[in-house]
Design a protein around this ligand. Structure first.
Ligand code: ZN
Length: 112
């Protein structure tokens, strides 16, 4: 008999922890990409699953770091192409692995 899983809505504490893990996974992906790009993609997949499970939205700075279709980690010039358009202001990112085009609104004020 299959065990019934009771799904409680994630608490803010869990969400915060998951968000931290997602940030950390992207840092790891960045560090490992040069040596093992497939591992970087794996980290992105894990981050994606975490976000889905805990119902977390990706921060704007993370949205431009991976492909939403093929979940590959984006490194400008290597796995994606980044272009900007002034009107309307936005960044156009083309995934070089699956060809998906992502348009993101341009950030006028930078967080960092
Ligand atoms: Zn892609």
């Amino acid at each position: 008999m299959p065990r019934r899983r009771i799904r409680r809505p994630p608490t803010d504490e869990y969400k915060r922890l998951a968000a931290e893990r997602i940030e950390h996974l992207f840092e790891l992906a960045e560090g490992v990409f040069r040596k093992r790009s497939e591992l970087a993609d794996r980290y992105v997949q894990i981050a994606w699953k975490l976000a889905a499970r805990y119902n977390i939205r990706f921060q704007p700075h993370l949205k431009r770091k991976f492909c939403r279709r093929c979940k590959s980690f984006w490194v400008p010039g290597t796995t994606c192409r980044v272009r900007t358009r002034p009107d309307p202001p936005r960044v156009i990112i083309t995934c070089l692995r699956c060809g998906r085009i992502t348009r993101l609104p341009y950030e006028r004020k930078r967080a960092k």
